[in-house]
Design a protein. Sequence first.
Length: 278
Amino acid sequence: MTENTIQTVKIKRVINECDGVKSFVFDRENSIIPQPGQFVMIWAPGVDEVPMSISSYNEKGEWSITVKNVGECTNALHELTIGDYIGVRGPLGNFFQIPQDKNKKIFLIGGGIGMVPLRFLASELVKLGHKFTIIEGAKVENDLIFMDEFLDLNREGAEFNYCTDDGSYGEKGFTTEIFENALKDMRYDEFKNTIIYKCKYEIMMHKLLQICDEHEIEMHASLERIMRCGCGLCGLCTLDPIGLLVCKDGPIFSSELLKKMDDFGKFKREFSGKKISQ
Ligand SMILES: Cc1cc2nc3c(=O)[nH]c(=O)nc-3n(C[C@H](O)[C@H](O)[C@H](O)COP(=O)(O)OP(=O)(O)OC[C@H]3O[C@@H](n4cnc5c(N)ncnc54)[C@H](O)[C@@H]3O)c2cc1C
Ligand code: FES
């Protein structure tokens, strides 16, 4: 089986993560092993096929995706239950590069549904013996996801900072502000030994890139664009002006590449291909 073959799988478990967000667990046979940061195209029978990050993978061969209900296809997925079938194509795209050096200072920074690829990355970092800090943000407390699982990772030495826009949980403010505060406690020579993994939202990523640039910190971000084919054929996910494709060259891009993109933090494309402001 290649990564582009669609495979029908049976849903094994459904987990309510928070209001409007569910995880779906399934087994896959003879599949390529996924890496943190990669995504799959998920087909809701009779409705549509949409891109979803892989939220977990374990030794038993169980995969999961975590879906926020925002429209027709995600709503159809939310209607499914244990024993129902979905189509899965992937793993697709590139993945987070994990440093060999265990002394690297690692931050995973995300908001809301952006925690999905970071959850898979966090479990992999624990497996490889890395220490790291997660900064998770949300509008309100009820939108924070994976907190129980992160508590388990906390026991393995990972650190956590939560923030909400309204201060209903953790600090009041944005993830970028929490990160800027963390930088105040670091020495200049530690910046070069720091690596940031960031998912959602692109305007916040843009701000974070500026902060990282000022401090010469390496950053890797997971971008999202409307996708049709997910495998480099339709061109809908092109990033101007260098023509990188989010589905094939991404979804993970380094600071060096992000700085060369005019579209980053500013423009995205509609299903028609028309470019609009973010
Ligand atoms: C690489 C990648 C990974 C993603 N991972 C996740 C994930 O782990 N969990 C999750 O809930 N969502 C994820 N998304 C977003 C998800 O694909 C969209 O929310 C979904 O396609 C919406 O489909 P819909 O038919 O329900 O909504 P629609 O009615 O089609 O649209 C609702 C909203 O979602 C936006 N949208 C629609 N299609 C896409 C798309 N293909 N890519 C990005 N935005 C879109 C639209 O602009 C609109 O604002 C990811 C997207 C990409 C590109
Ligand atoms: S989604 Fe078709 S080229 Fe990327």
